[in-house]
Write a protein that binds this ligand. Structure first.
Ligand SMILES: [Zn+2]
Length: 128
């Protein structure tokens, strides 16, 4: 039997936690934060029938009426928050982007994104 979407999401979040060295509780927090109240999808980038990245807006947890713009893809990631623009860190918005991108890929294409292709994810310092 094929694993359900729910099982695929669970195993993806576990892989993400392991590959980042970030606690699963923190990854789950980010997953739960990634709902339509806090995250808006700006663009889904497709190439050759594959979703290769997305652009999103993420609402700030601390600053009212502040949204950060985040792009994630196999090519790399960028965010307009200070942690990324000044510190060059992999921020929580970028991780929310990866989680959202994976959900879109699962729902639209039925397959997860390939974490092993996200070499930039392990290269940078994390601020999550
Ligand atoms: Zn950010």
């Amino acid at each position: 039997m094929q694993p359900s979407i729910e099982e695929k999401v669970k195993s993806f979040l576990l892989s993400l936690s392991r590959s980042l060295g970030v606690r699963i509780e923190r990854v789950l927090d980010l997953y739960l934060y990634a709902n339509p109240n806090n995250v808006r999808i700006v663009e889904v980038v497709e190439r050759g029938g594959e979703i290769v990245g997305i652009r999103i807006a993420v609402k700030s947890e601390k600053r009212p009426d502040t949204w950060y713009y985040t792009a994630v893809g196999y090519y790399g990631a960028k965010c307009t928050c200070e942690g990324n623009t000044i510190g060059g860190k992999i921020c929580k918005h970028i991780l929310i982007g990866v989680i959202t991108w994976n959900m879109i890929a699962l729902l639209k294409q039925g397959r997860e994104i390939d974490l092993t292709r996200l070499t930039w994810l392990n290269a940078g310092d994390k601020e999550v």
